[in-house]
Design a binder for this molecule. Sequence first.
Ligand SMILES: NC(=O)C1=CN([C@@H]2O[C@H](COP(=O)(O)OP(=O)(O)OC[C@H]3O[C@@H](n4cnc5c(N)ncnc54)[C@H](OP(=O)(O)O)[C@@H]3O)[C@@H](O)[C@H]2O)[C@H](O)CC1
Ligand SMILES: [K+]
Length: 512
Amino acid sequence: MKIFSAQQIYQADKSTIQREQITSDVLMERAATQLFEWLHSRLRGTQVNVQLFCGIGNNGGDGMVLARKLHEHDYSIKVHVVNYSERRSEDFLLNLERLKDMKVWPDFINKESDLPQISPNDIVVDAIFGIGLNRAPDDWVGNLIRHINNSRAFTLSVDVPSGLPVDRNPWNSEYVIRASYVLSFQLPKLVFFLPETGIYVNQWEIVDIGLDPDCIAKTDADFELMGRPEVLPMYRPRLKFSHKGTYGHSVIIGGSYGKIGAVQLATNACLSVGSGLVTAFVPKCGYDSLQSAVPEVMVLTGSREKSISEIEIPFEPSVVGIGMGIGLDDDTVSAFGSFLKKSNSPMVIDADGLNILSQNPEMLKDVPRLSVLTPHPKELQRLIGEWASDFDKLEKTKAFASKYDLVVVVKGAHTITIYNGKGYVNTTGNPGMATAGSGDVLTGMITGLLAQGYLSVEAAIFGVYLHGLAGDLGASSMGYEALKASILVKHIGNAYSELFRQPEMEQKDNAH
Ligand SMILES: NC(=O)C1=CN([C@@H]2O[C@H](COP(=O)(O)OP(=O)(O)OC[C@H]3O[C@@H](n4cnc5c(N)ncnc54)[C@H](OP(=O)(O)O)[C@@H]3O)[C@@H](O)[C@H]2O)[C@H](O)CC1
Ligand SMILES: [K+]
């Protein structure tokens, strides 16, 4: 699913109105009807107090329509107009009148007003600001937002949590609604997925308001949310008349004394994701343990006992995954550097491989184009330098990836794969995966996918998705805390099966 900027959403809005020859209030009615249906299907007439806080723009207009519909269905409502500007939108005014016609009288909250009482048992509808927010809320509006947050009432935000801009970090983190649930119109917003701004959104769901599909299809988005429908078509089916050579020979290079487990995890994952053959290249100390732990893997060793000091692969690998547990010894660094110089096809670089690049940026020009780099936040920072915000981080990563023609996998709760100026936001995974070796498994998986002929960007996106799915399946049986990297490997096969699960078993709604 595409992720649009506010401007692109306004454009889709306009194009829908033109194409369907409707007025904008019809679209507002349609949008708010969806909000009502959502709430009504859950409340089913329960007598709970619904307090609606509505701004004076179209987000507030949505709130007005919702209030009318709730009133029509005999819900107990209280409507507050947060009167932060005289520039009221036409559709807000129209729906304010329609509400008054039904003898519902909102109270107007101004700078001087007392804060309304909100009980923890109330439901708050937050329709103060939508995607039109373009500056910091005034202090009195911010205080109201803080008051709503402190009420502990269930807070349903319309489109976005009020106070959260969609293209930057908030001016004041206290002045943002902490939404229990966000019903977002048509397309998800990037802020839902970034660590600094995702904290304002507990759960979110898309409501389809029928924005012009052609307009959406032909608009280029900078970011895309990668769910099952986006990932499934990337799958490359295995052929009946194939053999292990068809699926590539991966080489995993890494390990040092005390860190051979990283290679074990990566090779295991590489095999489980479907690489035809897998060879590990490790220092001598890794030989015995690898041979016994992963019998399917062939093992090559360097000349040293505890670390890698030269890299010689006596055949042409389909793909190399390098860096896990490799360490930063001087000889390892120069072996890594000369290996890069003689490599021409895309490889996967992780962990200390990335740290070597950060410490020796002149090596970056030797990284084969279309290689996949898989940094966690600290490694990314060493590679691209400090960033001012998550948005800045993504821009800097895009510039870095384009400069060297690389795919960069920005790991996090929602891992974002960056390639060619675009970001692909992953939807699988859970906090249980923040555990030792999880990254080694991912590197092995992406390597194994490249070996099978996936394009670099697809191997990264597909690998990240499958890795997260394996984690979700692992967590569903054993919880977050006990999840460990070797369990992820065990679930790779199940993750493939889950990917092909029949649609009738799919969740009814789109809740996340
Ligand atoms: N997605 C769709 O197609 C539809 C969306 N709908 C809803 O519309 C809102 C967006 O509505 P909009 O009127 O553009 O903007 P807001 O309601 O978010 O804000 C209203 C105006 O407030 C001003 N503003 C911005 N920041 C501040 C601030 N900090 N303090 C005071 N005022 C502020 C700004 O106007 P200015 O002229 O003063 O700059 C905003 O325009 C969207 O989120 C949906 O909820 C439709 O209802 C259905 C279709
Ligand atoms: K809102």
